[in-house]
Design a protein around this ligand. Sequence first.
Ligand SMILES: Nc1nc2c(ncn2[C@@H]2O[C@H](COP(=O)(O)OP(=O)(O)O)[C@@H](O)[C@H]2O)c(=O)[nH]1
Ligand SMILES: [Mg+2]
Length: 234
Amino acid sequence: MRTLVGFSLNFWAKTDKKADKNDKFDTLDRVIYMAINYGKIRYLKTCASTKDLPGEDLPEIVLAGRSNVGKSSLVNALGGNKKLARVSQTPGKTQQIIYFDMDSQAILADLPGYGFSKASKDKSKGFSELCDNYFRVRKGIDLVLLLIDIRHEPSKDDIGMLNYLNSVGLPYFLVFTKCDKLSAQQVRKQLQMMSNSLDFAEDARVFAVSSSETNPQKSGINDLKQALSDEVCK
Ligand SMILES: Nc1nc2c(ncn2[C@@H]2O[C@H](COP(=O)(O)OP(=O)(O)O)[C@@H](O)[C@H]2O)c(=O)[nH]1
Ligand SMILES: [Mg+2]
């Protein structure tokens, strides 16, 4: 069965304060040891080419998704610091791979977004080449976070990326972003639609998150943090 982890935890916590103490999703269970101190996420380096990539000593987590889906905002939400990664109003601005060190426990690669229309053709070409080259040369990827906007049908590029991950067998989580823009009921409906229309691995975990600066609750982020820590410590 597909696990709608972040989604169920978050909305249960909000609506059912007297949840059964023995329930495995009880909020007490959330105060568990995390390997990664997320307050210690730091910018590491920016890579314009695969020649610049950092060493592969630490586990590597990769953020992939279309431009403007919320990759940089997610880095900031994980780190609890809105200045970590530059959040852009203009799709397609980031044209490099930006690395963050996660408390010396793992590194996080924020990939250039795919599928943006405003950048020039040349840049667009370089962009996807960098991503292609990255996945070709990088052998030690531990986990890909594939971000998809909860509000929209997955794009051709989202589906292409998912098919790629399935075909090469890279482990991934699906992270649906911008959930604060929908009601709880709409989020549920969209998740159902996504799980019917997307061909994702049975063991892929699914999170529904909000990284919005104006939404202090940051739904789903704690659950994602815990899951990333668990992956890194495995
Ligand atoms: N409401 C809301 N806006 C978001 C969220 N995540 C990102 N955004 C907005 O979406 C835009 C693009 O975000 P950004 O993180 O730069 O996307 P990236 O291109 O994938 O790195 C910015 O205006 C963000 O403020 C979210 O969870 N909720
Ligand atoms: Mg970005």
